[in-house]
Design a protein around this ligand. Sequence first.
Ligand SMILES: NC(=O)c1ccc[n+]([C@@H]2O[C@H](COP(=O)([O-])OP(=O)(O)OC[C@H]3O[C@@H](n4cnc5c(N)ncnc54)[C@H](O)[C@@H]3O)[C@@H](O)[C@H]2O)c1
Length: 182
Amino acid sequence: MKICVVGSGYVGLVTAGCLAEAGNRVTCVDVDEAKIRRLEAGSIPIYEPGLAEIVKHNLALDRLNFTTDFKVGVDNSLVIFLAVGTPSACDGSDPEAASAAAATLTGKIRIFPNGYDACENADAVVILTDWQEFRNPDFELIAKSLKNPVIFDGRNLYDPAVVAKAGIEYHCVGRPTIVCSS
Ligand SMILES: NC(=O)c1ccc[n+]([C@@H]2O[C@H](COP(=O)([O-])OP(=O)(O)OC[C@H]3O[C@@H](n4cnc5c(N)ncnc54)[C@H](O)[C@@H]3O)[C@@H](O)[C@H]2O)c1
């Protein structure tokens, strides 16, 4: 799958490296030209054990690319991860981020007022936050709303047995995948 990661800091670079290592073609976009040139040369500005090897390996295989050109990254990708720094309010939310992201990615993303609306007729749910409001959702409602009842949980938020009870296929990290027989 072709994937774009916007922001090549701690979160973006690790995400991009791991997704490339898993076999995806990943384009990393950043506004910091010096950082992008450095990364293109295989020099890693942060310390994460094993990340330098992963980045170099996937650069060599041309599965990982770095650019400052948003168009290259966004237009050619099926999935776009935003991993830029965000100013947050004291409750941790970012009132400006959604509209700023929508303006940057005009026509490429849709922003919903709540998680359930986003599930309506979607292919799957991908959990990338551990915010409280997503910790105890109505799985029955999610199962009914999705085109395919599938959750990819990058935060290990849920009890697999509870998710399975709602008839949802559940992929999490470091625990077995739960596939429901319908
Ligand atoms: N680091 C963590 O452990 C952690 C954990 C949870 C959440 N987060 C959140 O993840 C996000 C990224 O965090 P981080 O630690 O990777 O930050 P970071 O500062 O290490 O990296 C952010 C990167 O985004 C780039 N950037 C900024 N504006 C950009 C733009 N408009 N377009 C493209 N690139 C842009 C910066 O140049 C920088 O390279 C933040 O919102 C942070 O709150 C971070």
